[in-house]
Design a protein around this ligand. Structure first.
Ligand SMILES: [Fe+2]
Length: 132
């Protein structure tokens, strides 16, 4: 269970709001996996999480482009790496139990996101602030 706290606040209202939604989706996915809900509840939520991640990454990248963030290309690569790995994990769903795959993706996204927010995302906000 993820708990939102100051250590995850990057100081950009919209992006903090989207990160809070990502926390909520990850927590709901954890709940769905842990409460033995039907496989469709788990896979639907996984789909919702991945689609929100794509939306959020596109939103962040548009913001970085708008402010001429010099590390945009590296940041995009980091985003792409998350998408590539979660896609790889989800493609195992045919050979491995869907609940096991969902748990692996949830754990991977959670660990990746916590590090990414505290390090990479803080840097573009510092850049934006430096310009304003
Ligand atoms: Fe990011």
């Amino acid at each position: 269970m993820l708990t939102w706290g100051d250590e995850y606040q990057i100081g950009h209202e919209d992006m903090d709001g989207e990160h809070i939604i990502l926390f909520a989706l990850l927590n709901q996915l954890e709940f769905n996996i842990g409460s033995n809900q039907a496989a469709s509840c788990v896979t639907d939520l996984l789909r919702a999480l991945m689609s929100y991640i794509s939306f959020h990454f596109a939103h962040e990248e548009a913001l970085m482009m708008l402010y001429g963030y010099p590390e945009l290309a590296d940041h995009q690569l980091a985003h792409q790496a998350l998408i590539t790995e979660t896609t790889r994990l989800s493609q195992r769903a045919t050979s491995v139990d869907a609940g096991v795959v969902a748990l692996e993706i949830r754990t991977f996204v959670r660990d990746w996101l916590l590090g990414h927010i505290r390090q990479d995302d803080r840097r573009y906000v510092a850049h934006i602030r430096g310009l304003s």
